[in-house]
Design a protein around this ligand. Structure first.
Ligand SMILES: O=P(O)(O)OC[C@H]1O[C@H](OP(=O)(O)OP(=O)(O)O)[C@H](O)[C@@H]1O
Ligand SMILES: [Mg+2]
Length: 179
């Protein structure tokens, strides 16, 4: 698994420090709002579990699974809901927790769904952002790190379902997905 990594971009400690910083900011900004914190599975599962431990305010959590990449490094362009929320978002202050924004298609689809369901507010926190690859014009409200245009894996992010368990984030060797 490690031999497939070209370069480590963010080690475990660097990621934890950033998650703590985001948690402190969000705790201030969501004080008294009892947000519904939504984890976008599968990629965001590790970020979500680390982030909520840094949130010092009352909140509720739920999970939604969406997928558009499959075994590719490019979005299929079709975002599918694999698992929907268990609770209703009507009138709720919603915080979407994403691992990465790349083309922006997943997020634009999710924001649309939650707004149509009459969420009171929709806020987005993403750990990683690849602004150079955007095909829809949208920004997260809170971003951990901006990335170059490289396919990354680790800390929840996969290629063809592998590498999610790496404790760091690194660039996947292109030979892995071009052979
Ligand atoms: O901005 P975009 O181009 O839409 O890319 C970002 C989305 O793609 C990945 O999900 P993926 O479809 O791979 O599902 P996964 O989380 O189960 O890996 C990632 O976790 C984001 O949700
Ligand atoms: Mg994926």
């Amino acid at each position: 698994m490690l031999k497939d990594i070209q370069e480590v971009l963010f080690d475990a400690e660097t990621i934890q420090n950033k998650v703590k910083e985001l948690g402190e900011q969000l705790s201030q900004d969501f004080e008294g709002r009892n947000p519904l914190v939504i984890c976008v599975l599968k990629g965001a599962f590790i970020f979500m579990s680390d982030l909520v431990k840094q949130l010092s305010i009352p909140l509720e959590i739920d999970f939604m699974a969406v997928s558009s990449y499959g075994a590719s490094t490019k979005s299929s362009g079709v975002v599918k809901i694999i698992k929907d929320l268990d609770v209703t978002v009507e009138g709720r202050e919603v915080l979407i927790v994403e691992d990465i924004i790349d083309s922006g298609l997943t997020l634009s689809y999710l924001i649309d769904v939650l707004e149509r369901r009459n969420a009171k507010s929709v806020t987005v926190v993403t750990l990683f952002d690849k602004p150079a690859r955007r095909t829809v014009d949208l920004e997260a409200d809170y971003t951990g790190f901006s990335l170059p245009d490289e396919f990354i894996v680790g800390y929840g992010l996969d290629y063809a379902e592998h590498y999610r368990n790496l404790p760091f984030v690194g660039i996947l060797r292109p030979e892995v997905y071009t052979k």
